[in-house]
Write a protein that binds this ligand. Structure first.
Ligand code: BGC
Length: 744
């Protein structure tokens, strides 16, 4: 920690202690610069609900104070000469408070993988970097998602951040998606539960989390001009369902609307998405904040947007003077502006921003352990022919090649980039456009090479950078075994143009596999890649972006200290032509030109479309090998009102391991319909069995009837499979269900 940061940390701690004293005396806030209140105020009564307190406090606000809560700037030096707003600690965004009433400023920081420090705005400040959210989803373990959320929440809070822009739920509809690594995969049930648990973990630390980016923001190409065209029913059964579940599980205080348009209206000015779906149908009580630079007009307030964020990126501070003028002319009712501020205050009360105890001391070592555990459980063993892995301790020489494995593990770029360590390595990526200056390939200094050497003291472990394939292949011939690391750096703002590995790495892997048939591939990718060399390589491990303890986790999996238990949260296709849009919509169009992204596949995202078309994936959704084997038996299904499944899982191998049994719907009364309806994660010793009982949410058995505005589950027989992945025929059973409907 630098002196400045140490000083800031001390000041923050002191501020929190003073706040506690104030809170104890008069139930006041721990906000900085709060003048001492003359006596207890009605909204300070903690026995009242957040709604009641927000109503009472909102009544005290003048119009200007109210408007002040509805917009704010970025709090990083994004443009040359830009100054931080007064009172901002330096983070993605800042919304001024109202000191007169003890309303704290909102200090907003990115993101889901940890507390970021963009542009080193808080000099030298580092934080725990969790693995990518896609890796987290691959754990199929919601407890880990919650624990990771606690880490992020705790570290944010200890810095004075009270709004964490975390909780990415967009579905990975396209394997090239630039932000797939920030999201939780292609399935609404899995994504909703993983992101929801993470949000819950963050908010347990008394701050607001932000479920984002609402909605159907499923590609980065032309993200400000892409118009997602999709029917209501399809949206409700896929992308919106993921958000709906995350909302139910996590109860986020805020929702961030997205950059794109949905069916012709910008997501942040989309009456249907914000007023109807989110606020009316789902009963969302918090506030909608815009993505940074996503507000186009004042009347977005009427469409359901409550707060304009990162306002320098918009053409105008729409929610400042223009909104005031609109209130004065009656174009926007004063009651709506009051609703906006009340929603913000409500979330602040609900999260405890007014009266939570001071932040706890952060134990970075314990948090690093959560990061390591998550990585260890989300790394996926894709292929392991002849049980090449775990590495035999008897291998005399191992050649490690490429991926900067000597330096660390790759992380994804953009606003979610965490600086985990002062020794973090950042290689400029360059390119054109606004983001070119910011694009850096960051490596967390957790070197897989170093970790392997530590774990294999009897083995000679050598390293080749992989810059020259022929030279690496020459060395590969001399080694007993080769481990090649291949990297695909993905970042916000850009999709991958195709499914190849960049910089000739596909050719490097093929050359190494040719030179030494015992070649293990470790992928560090944002999502799915094509693997043209797959037939030549006996073992492949998908390590995603594995976070600040990733090197150790990868080495633990390779050496068998950890038995892999990650399962794919996305389909790995054989080629992009297995997807509905082989050409990325909008590619090459000039900025400003709105274009359609037609989601004609409807709710058949990922494996569901593969099943509908009878396509075989390279690796299906849900796939993941282990160093042991599991068997399922005794499947029992009961129907009626609720579909419940129970089955036995047995570890039939010789080592302890974790399994992620999955239950899929195969067929509804009206025909085939593949979808994940339940999952679990179990830990079993060799020979041990456990009975898993799961029940299905009726929405997963239903179709959404847009005309009738309800979920409809027809009466009849429903067939399910208990399986290892979406293509596994597994064990099939069926149950008779009653007809049912449910509100949206
Ligand atoms: C991203 C958001 C992020 C915001 C603030 C935007 O570019 O889309 O996810 O929270 O910036 O940094």
């Amino acid at each position: 920690m630098t002196q400045t940061t140490a000083l800031r940390a001390r000041t923050l701690r002191a501020a929190s202690a003073t706040a506690l004293l104030l809170a104890l005396c008069v139930g006041a806030t721990h906000a900085q610069n709060t003048p001492q209140a003359p006596g207890p105020k009605p909204w300070q009564d903690r026995t009242l609900s957040p709604d009641q307190r927000a109503n009472l406090l909102d009544k005290e606000l003048t119009l200007d104070e109210r408007l002040g809560l509805l917009h704010g700037p970025m709090a990083i030096p994004f443009f040359p000469g830009m100054k931080l707003p007064e009172g901002a600690i330096g983070s993605a965004g800042y919304i001024a408070g109202v000191p007169r009433l003890g309303i704290p400023a909102q200090q907003e920081s990115d993101a889901s993988l940890g507390v970021t420090n963009p542009g080193n705005v808080r000099p030298g400040d580092t934080a725990t970097a969790l693995p990518s959210s896609l890796l987290l989803a691959a754990t199929f373990n919601t407890d880990l998602a919650y624990k990771g959320g606690v880490v992020v929440g705790q570290e944010a809070r200890s810095r004075g951040i009270n709004v964490q822009l975390a909780g990415g739920v967009n579905l990975a509809r396209d394997p090239r998606g630039g932000r797939n690594f920030e999201y939780a995969g292609e399935d609404p049930l899995l994504a909703g539960h993983i992101a929801g648990a993470a949000i819950k973990g963050i908010q347990s630390q008394n701050l607001i989390a932000t479920m984002k980016h609402f909605a159907v923001n499923d590609q980065e190409t032309g993200r400000n001009f892409a118009n997602s065209v999709i029917s209501e029913a399809a949206m409700r059964e896929s992308d919106l369902l993921a958000f709906q579940i995350a909302h139910e599980v996590g109860q986020p205080g805020s929702v961030m609307c997205a950059y794109n348009l949905v069916n012709g209206a910008y997501a942040c000015g989309n009456d249907f998405l914000l007023n109807k779906v989110l606020k009316t149908d789902w009963g969302f009580k918090g506030y909608v904040m815009s993505d940074w630079g996503a507000v186009k007009a004042t009347d977005f307030a009427l469409k359901g947007l409550d707060q304009q964020s990162g306002e320098q990126l918009d053409k105008q501070v729409w929610f400042g003077d223009p909104l005031k003028a609109a209130v004065q002319t009656g174009a926007v009712p004063a009651s709506r502006v009051s609703d906006m501020s009340r929603r913000i205050l409500r979330s602040m009360f609900a999260a405890g921003l007014f009266d939570a105890p001071p932040a706890v001391n952060v134990d970075r070592a314990a948090n690093a352990e959560v990061s390591r555990q998550t990585a260890a459980e989300g790394i996926v063993l894709l292929k392991n022919e002849g049980n090449l892995l775990p590495l035999a301790a008897s291998a005399k020489t191992i050649l490690v090649v490429g991926g900067h494995a000597d330096a660390g593990v790759l992380s994804g770029g953009g606003s979610s980039q965490v600086t985990a360590d002062a020794a973090q390595i950042a290689l400029p990526v360059g390119g054109e456009g606004m983001m070119a200056a910011f694009n850096r390939m960051n490596f967390h200094p957790s070197s897989p090479l170093k970790a392997l050497k530590e774990r294999l003291p009897q083995t000679t472990v050598r390293f080749d950078t992989g810059r020259y394939a022929a030279e690496a292949a020459r060395k590969a011939k001399e080694a007993d075994l080769v481990i090649v690391f291949a990297n695909q750096w993905m970042a916000e703002g850009d999709d991958a143009p195709d499914l190849s590995l960049p910089n000739g790495q596909d050719a490097l892997i093929a050359a190494l596999a040719e030179a030494n048939p015992k070649t293990v591939v470790v992928l560090q990718t944002g999502g799915a890649v094509a693997m043209p060399w797959l037939k030549q390589t006996p073992a492949v491990v998908e390590a995603w972006y594995s976070g600040d303890r990733g090197g150790e986790a990868i080495a633990d999996v390779l050496t068998g200290k950890v038995n892999p238990s990650g399962h794919l949260p996305v389909t790995f296709p054989t080629a992009i032509t297995q997807y509905p849009r082989a050409e990325l919509p909008g590619l090459g169009l000039p900025d400003g030109q709105v274009f359609d992204v037609r989601y004609d596949e409807g709710s058949d995202v990922g494996y569901r479309r593969f099943a509908a078309l009878g396509q075989k994936a390279l690796f299906p959704f849900g796939h993941g090998l282990s160093y042991t084997t599991f068997a399922y038996s005794d499947v029992k299904v009961t129907g009626g009102d609720t579909l419940s499944v129970s089955f036995k899982v047995t570890n039939t191998g010789s080592v302890r391991g974790k399994d992620a049994p999955q239950v899929y719907l195969n067929r509804r009364p009206d025909g085939p319909a593949k979808r994940l309806i339940a999952f679990s994660k179990v830990d079993l010793a060799p020979g041990q069995s456990t009975t898993v009982t799961l029940s299905a949410d009726m929405r997963l058995l239903s179709r959404f009837d847009a005309k009738a505005q309800k979920w409809v589950q027809p009466a009849g027989r429903y067939e399910i499979t208990v399986a290892q992945d979406a293509e596994d025929t597994g064990l099939t059973a069926s149950a008779q269900m009653k007809a049912a409907t449910r509100k949206p």
